[in-house]
Design a protein around this ligand. Structure first.
Ligand code: SIN
Length: 325
């Protein structure tokens, strides 16, 4: 019997159309899931595919409503005895955020693979069909279980915690940090590096259908505490600093955030640099700050939102979550 895979479509360039191969512009999220599955039907994939349209959007518009529907649909597919693995098609711009959010809030019993494309479906050299065929290979592999949510882009498989989009164009736009890819894949082969890493099959966090507001403060030369005051509103429950280098910030920004932290606002220092760890510094104790470690600002934001949703505001407990694998 061939593998049975549920495909949950959310839009993005993988379902995008430009209208011609030389068009300079295109629209993400144009092809519906039924049409898409017809197009992949000719690839000869060894899988029985069934599809569901969750949304058909540019992933710039991804947010709570679509995440709620997507999470529900994945749980339903996990409960379905007729489903062996799940593929989520997604725009590449916020793919890493969705993948990480799902990784933290889903059990690890069936493979969940998020996939996108950098070129629209009618472009010369459309990468979406190959990425999709690779995703089918991964979602249908029993060894994909126990690895949490995986991302397939450009013949590589990444862990959701590691993956990040690092280029605006080109089919090699994704990298992993601190782990590079965890497997190499083609439509015909799959090679894992290392054993599954999830020690617990249960979700790390309960699903929250209304995540608290966490603001990302982007640090730069000339940023002042006054600007931060304007960015952090009454509804803000936490702040992630996209810091300079190893999570640094101008002195007036630090003072403003220390002041806020003393009034109960958790602050996480991440980095605006492409790669590298942000470790704890001695001043973090005095400031009440948390070091974001390997997570970039957009992923640090997701983790902080889930912690806050669970009522966790204590910096030491937040730090332990950021220190996790
Ligand atoms: C999007 O993220 O929806 C548009 C860009 C892409 O998918 O590459």
């Amino acid at each position: 019997m061939s593998t049975r895979i549920t495909v949950l479509a959310t839009g993005g360039t993988i379902a995008g159309i430009a209208g011609s191969a030389i068009a300079k512009d295109y629209r993400a999220g144009e092809i519906g899931i039924d049409d898409y599955l017809d197009r992949v039907g000719g690839l000869g994939l060894e899988a029985e595919l069934s599809g569901k349209q969750i949304a058909n959007i540019d992933s710039a518009d991804m947010g709570q409503g679509t995440w709620n529907a997507l999470h529900d649909a994945i749980l339903a597919a996990m409960d379905d005895a007729e489903c062996d693995g799940i593929i989520v098609t997604h725009g590449t711009d916020t793919l890493e955020e969705t993948a990480f959010l799902l990784d933290l809030t889903l059990p690890a019993d069936k493979p969940v693979v998020v996939v996108g494309a950098m070129r629209p479906a009618d472009a010369v050299g459309y990468d979406g069909l190959r990425n999709f065929a690779n995703a089918v290979r991964v979602a249908g592999d029993p060894q994909a279980s126990g690895r949490g949510v995986l991302v397939v882009m450009g013949d590589r498989v990444f862990g959701a915690r590691d993956v990040r989009k690092v280029r605006t164009r080109g089919t090699d736009a994704f990298r992993g940090f601190p782990r590079e890819s965890v497997a190499l894949v083609t439509p015909a082969s799959l090679e894992w590096f290392g054993a599954p890493w999830r020690t617990d099959a249960h979700a790390a966090f309960a699903w929250c259908d209304d995540l608290p507001e966490v603001v990302i403060v982007y640090s730069h030369a000339g940023l002042t505490g006054d600007t931060v005051t304007r960015q952090v509103g009454a509804a803000t429950r936490g702040v992630v600093v996209a810091g300079l280098g190893e999570g640094n910030m101008p002195e007036t920004v630090r003072q403003e955030l220390v002041r806020r932290n003393r009034r109960g606002l958790p602050v996480v220092r991440a980095s605006r640099a492409d790669e590298g760890l942000v470790d704890r510094e001695p001043e973090d104790d005095a400031n009440g700050f948390v070091a974001g470690r390997a997570l970039n600002p957009q992923k640090a934001r997701i983790l902080l939102q889930l912690l806050l949703a669970g009522g966790i505001t204590d910096p030491a407990t937040i730090q332990r979550a950021f220190d996790g694998r």
